[in-house]
Design a protein around this ligand. Structure first.
Ligand SMILES: Nc1ncnc2c1ncn2[C@@H]1O[C@H](COP(=O)(O)OP(=O)(O)OP(=O)(O)O)[C@@H](O)[C@H]1O
Ligand SMILES: [Mg+2]
Length: 248
């Protein structure tokens, strides 16, 4: 049986990060259509974009646990659930049957084999599992589990065929330029000097660290523009695409 493809729909794609709480339903519609018509066994993760990151920044939440008030956790989570709900509605309008879940319901807690069977069962029944960056409690306070880190955890759980990161750029640029790097080895991906960016989590720097780890496990990792549906579809199906491929 074909293995899964894990796809991260970047917050940079599904929202306009320059405008707080701006959801891009047209982009999600286009990507959903491509997923629905691809016949791939997709498992989805989405980022926070101008929902999660906006609230997290306002409240000083990040990947590092920090002391914070309960309202910060509630409000940031509420923004992520709101975005997730809009995304799932758009998916349903486009022939997909999403099965949303918080990463803490499964990925971050249960034993890997059990999570793999659960996810495969959902996919076999025509559902598309969808999870997202979320907030949890740690010491000394709440922290964010980034969608990029969830990609790594899901790759460990499912050993997928490949992982696709849809982003708002055409791939990974050579540092300080707009020149796309067609292919990166895990070691080169790890060594790239990148800003961690304004996000509450790690921006492109974290993404490449995650990609290097995933590619070292076996699956290829594609960075492709979420605004180019044809290139996204090619990456999804394992065809040659315009963007960056990270592979060992
Ligand atoms: N070398 C680089 N190549 C490509 N993009 C880069 C590079 N360095 C920094 N970036 C920035 O990384 C951004 C993508 O990362 P970002 O974390 O904003 O997206 P995302 O993960 O899709 O969003 P979210 O975190 O909300 O899910 C691009 O918009 C780009 O500006
Ligand atoms: Mg990000």
């Amino acid at each position: 049986m074909a293995r899964e493809v894990i796809v991260k729909l970047g917050g940079s794609v599904i929202t306009d990060k320059s405008q707080p709480f701006s959801y891009r339903s047209d982009v999600v519609s286009a990507l959903s259509e491509e997923i629905a018509s691809s016949d791939q066994r997709a498992v989805l993760v989405h980022g926070g974009g101008s929902f999660g990151h906006t609230l997290a920044k306002q409240h000083g939440l990040s990947s590092e646990p920090a002391v914070s008030e309960a309202g910060a956790v509630s409000r940031t989570r509420a923004a992520m659930y709101e975005l997730n709900s809009m995304l799932c509605k758009t998916m349903m309008d486009n022939r997909l049957f999403p099965y949303p879940f918080s990463p803490f319901d499964a990925v971050a807690r249960a034993e890997r084999g059990a999570v793999a069977s659960w996810l495969r069962g959902l996919v076999k029944n025509g559902l598309t599992p969808v999870t997202f960056g979320d907030v949890t409690l740690a010491q000394p306070g709440p922290r964010i589990l980034s969608g990029d880190v969830i990609m790594l955890e899901l790759a460990r759980i499912l050993a997928p065929e490949r992982c696709v990161f849809a982003v708002d750029v055409d791939g990974v640029y050579q540092t300080g330029t707009r020149v796309i790097i067609p292919e990166l080895s895990p070691s080169r991906a790890r060594k790239m000097r990148l800003p961690s960016g304004p996000d509450a989590t790690g921006g492109m720097k974290l993404k490449l660290e995650v990609a290097a780890k995933i590619a070292s496990l076996g699956p290829k990792v594609c960075f492709v523009s979420g605004y180019r549906r044809n290139e996204f579809a090619k990456a999804l199906k394992g065809q040659e695409f315009y963007g960056t491929l990270v592979r060992a």
